[in-house]
Write a protein that binds this ligand. Structure first.
Ligand SMILES: [Zn+2]
Length: 355
């Protein structure tokens, strides 16, 4: 992947801790945009063709990643945490995780787990773990020692990254593909379209606090007041387990999220997405989700917004090592750019009338 993405996945940014990611995004989009707009929770957008008479189009990835928050230090120096976002305790057992302090310092640690030698004969050892059951071990010998190392209540705890390219060169393993991927796409979209004559005005950027209930999406929609919104987000693939044809396959194209529990895809938009993908020969797959994206929240802003999630297939998200495929990256990028170019006023009216 381009350095842009490697930089983005390496930054820490649990919900409400997006400061470093936002600073990176701002620096990247300032030279690509006519102006920058920001809401008060931290979402940020670069604007192109602001004076357009066409529809107002918002495109965003979310900057936050799931992570822990320090809630206490035990007398023996081990650290208590709660999850910010959906985190399964069993997935985070024995993982390298770091505390990131406000001053940018990193305190390395590992989530404590009992080796089999210590659980032999313990009938409760196999019970499912909640994330808040885990303790973080930063090597502190006591509570005071942990404090002297800089540990404080309220700090974010983020997976240590191990960005890796697979042997075939086609797949990329990293923390935080959900959703620095979408943030990178928003930046690339501005790069690709900054000198184009667009039929719409474009607000491309990044939201905050998606993982704790789509909060940034709500305030970003209040800021931008879009007619159309594209959420670009990583969605979990089940293809390495017992997946079927609507649970996502790596390398088979972007995801048309026809159903998720919080957003039924707008039928006019679905038709348009299919037409544009066919016209440009962009591979896609239908996807049924059990979760929601920023699109779910933005669709309910003011008198309604025509939304779509352009989904990126990703294995093992909400862990410290997720995997994406280069071909899907190309499909998502081409699709988002093709859609933006297609959004003239007449097309917007047609989409709306097909509800
Ligand atoms: Zn996401």
């Amino acid at each position: 992947m381009r350095d842009l993405y490697v930089d983005l996945v390496n930054l820490p940014g649990a919900p409400s801790f997006e400061r470093q990611v936002k600073a990176y995004v701002k620096k990247a989009i300032e030279p690509l945009s006519e102006k920058i707009v920001e809401d008060k929770l931290g979402s940020i957008f670069g604007v192109l063709n602001a004076e357009s008479k066409g529809p107002r189009v918002m495109v965003a990835g979310h900057m936050d990643e799931v992570g822990g928050m320090v809630t206490g230090i035990n007398e023996n120096g081990l650290i208590k945490m709660i999850p910010l976002g959906g985190m399964n305790g069993n997935v985070y057992l024995s993982q390298r995780m770091n505390i990131h302090t406000d001053s940018g310092d990193v305190i390395p640690g590992v989530t404590a787990s009992k080796p089999p030698h210590l659980t032999r004969g313990d009938t409760t050892a196999d019970k499912p773990l909640k994330f808040e059951d885990l303790l973080l071990d930063v090597g502190a010998d006591s509570k005071e020692h942990a404090q002297s190392l800089g540990v404080k209540i309220g700090q974010q705890v983020i997976s240590e990254n191990q960005y890796t390219v697979t042997k075939d060169g086609k797949k990329f393993i990293s923390k935080a593909w959900d959703n620095r991927f979408g943030v990178g796409i928003a930046i690339e979209v501005l790069e690709a379209l900054k000198d184009e004559a667009l039929p719409c005005s474009l607000y491309a950027g990044a939201t905050v606090q998606e993982e704790v209930g789509l909060r940034g999406a709500q305030t970003a929609a209040g800021l931008v007041k879009p007619d159309i919104f594209l959420a670009v987000d990583a969605s979990p693939c089940a293809d390495s387990f017992d997946g079927d044809e609507i649970s996502g396959k790596l390398g088979k194209g972007f995801l048309v999220r026809f159903y998720d529990p919080s957003a039924l895809m707008h039928q006019g938009m679905k038709k348009h997405v299919e037409e544009i993908a066919e016209k440009h020969n962009i591979p896609y797959q239908y996807y049924q989700s059990k979760g929601g994206t920023d699109a779910a929240r933005v669709q309910l802003a003011h008198d309604g917004v025509v939304v779509a999630t352009i989904g990126m297939p990703a294995r093992y998200i909400h862990s410290n090592t997720s995997m994406i495929h280069h071909d899907d990256y190309m499909a998502v990028k081409s699709m988002v750019i093709a859609l933006i170019k297609s959004f003239d006023q007449a097309t917007y009216e047609t989409i709306k009338s097909n509800v």
